[in-house]
Design a protein around this ligand. Structure first.
Ligand SMILES: Cc1ncc(C[n+]2csc(CCOP(=O)(O)OP(=O)(O)O)c2C)c(N)n1
Ligand SMILES: [Mg+2]
Length: 393
């Protein structure tokens, strides 16, 4: 795969200053990173550390056969979830694919609920019925965790549509891997997002591989995702997913530019569209976006992957520009934190991960009766005429 991300990352590391997503320089007064408080920076760091330590424990538990089913590790990609979610409000809905532990934790799911879910315990976020690939957290507006490649993209369009329908001031984030780029559902969702002008951001977690297939082998115009955005009239952004600050900065612009997106040429008084949309993405009218995040996973595709499609040197090169180390170095260089504070954060992340394992191990299994609950919402279950499910009233 291309070494562009690595080169870009090395250059930034050397300069100690992350560029904008488009390579243009910004003055600190325009730069949302400059407005981040030390607490906010420490929160980003601790979230990334938590994901990493949590998943190190997850791998151990999986190898000990305590976790069943498929399990996909996010280590290396932490800055993508943390930087992007950091630019949202907690009630902005998000939806993602199966590599979802990082998004769940970054969104605020308790590590205990996340680990217990993987253990299949009733204390898990979905009572242990979903497992690793189906993290779901309604209070934190996390709508899964989906195993069918690209299957979450129409759901993302639906989340964006619901915001618009309810005239809410929110924006939906729909994450996908590069393997989802060529699914029909992805094209349909991008098309709908554009014609309805939805408050929605498609996030490409471009780690260069879908299972063992290099993106360039499976995707036409892999090197030029901007042309895809243009084809669908989506605003286009790209960022260095090994750099949480660049990711945050890019998402801040994308999120602010998509929030409150309403149908184009919509007349509030008549409630109708007055003409066919022109897709004049002038940067002022809020509208949907497509963000290409260049990232990398250190582990195999899933827990069983001999990784014959890449070299150890390639993995080592990306570890050189590790997102956690980079933020640590940047914070020290810019006097944003002391080494003691950083060490304490890592210890806390290790402890929380250890506690999550203990919690999951000590939690009860899902009782057999639970097999029959949550299968359908009650509206379609034991249906009584004239009675609606409380959620639908
Ligand atoms: C529709 C469909 N086809 C095939 C699969 C098998 N499959 C599971 S993961 C995967 C690769 C997806 O890679 P990508 O979208 O890049 O995500 P990443 O694993 O890199 O995070 C495939 C082909 C599937 N789950 N769904
Ligand atoms: Mg991929």
């Amino acid at each position: 795969m291309s070494t562009a991300t690595k080169d870009q990352a090395s250059a930034e590391k050397a300069s100690g200053n992350a560029p904008t997503s488009n390579g243009a320089s910004v003055t600190s007064s325009q730069d949302p990173v400059a407005d981040l408080s030390n607490e906010q920076l420490l929160k980003m760091l601790s979230d990334m550390m938590l994901i990493r330590r949590f998943e190190e424990r997850t791998m151990q538990a999986y190898q000990q056969a305590k976790i069943g089913g498929f399990c996909h590790i996010y280590i290396g990609q932490e800055a993508t979830a943390v930087g992007s979610i950091g630019a949202t409000n907690n009630d902005d809905p998000i939806v993602t694919a199966y590599r979802d532990h990082g998004h769940a934790l970054a969104r605020g799911m308790h590590p205990n609920a996340c680990m217990a879910e993987m253990y299949g315990k009733v204390t898990g976020c979905a009572k242990g019925k979903g497992g690793s690939m189906h993290m779901f957290d309604k209070p934190n507006a996390m709508y899964g965790g989906h195993a069918i490649v690209g299957g979450q993209n129409p759901l993302g369009a639906g989340l964006g549509w619901a915001i618009q329908y309810n005239a809410e001031s929110k924006v939906a984030l729909c994450y996908m891997g590069d393997g989802a780029l060529n699914q029909g559902a992805t094209h349909e969702a991008m098309n709908l997002a554009s014609i309805y002008n939805l408050p929605l951001i498609f996030v490409l977690e471009n780690n260069g591989y879908s299972m063992g297939t290099d993106i360039a082998r499976g995707t036409a115009m892999a090197h030029d995702q901007k042309s895809r955005a243009e084809a669908y009239g989506l605003r286009y952004f790209e960022c260095d997913g090994q750099d949480v600050l660049d990711t945050y900065r890019t998402f801040k612009a994308a999120v602010d530019g998509a929030r409150n997106a309403r149908p184009i040429n919509y007349n509030e008084e008549t409630g109708k569209r007055e003409s066919i949309p022109t897709y004049d993405r002038d940067g002022r009218t809020p509208g949907p976006a497509y963000v290409n995040v260049k990232t990398y996973r250190y582990q195999g595709h899933s827990m069983s992957d001999p990784q014959k499609y890449r070299t150890k040197d390639e993995v080592a090169d990306f570890k050189e520009v590790d997102c956690i180390n980079r933020l640590v170095n940047w914070m020290i260089e810019h006097d944003k934190a002391t080494q003691e504070e950083i060490t304490a954060l890592d210890k806390a992340a290790q402890q929380a991960s250890k506690d999550a394992i203990k919690f999951a191990e000590e939690s009860p299994d899902m009782p057999i009766e639970e097999l029959y609950t949550d299968v359908y919402v009650n509206v379609f279950g034991p249906y009584k005429k004239g009675e609606a499910h409380p959620d639908f009233r």
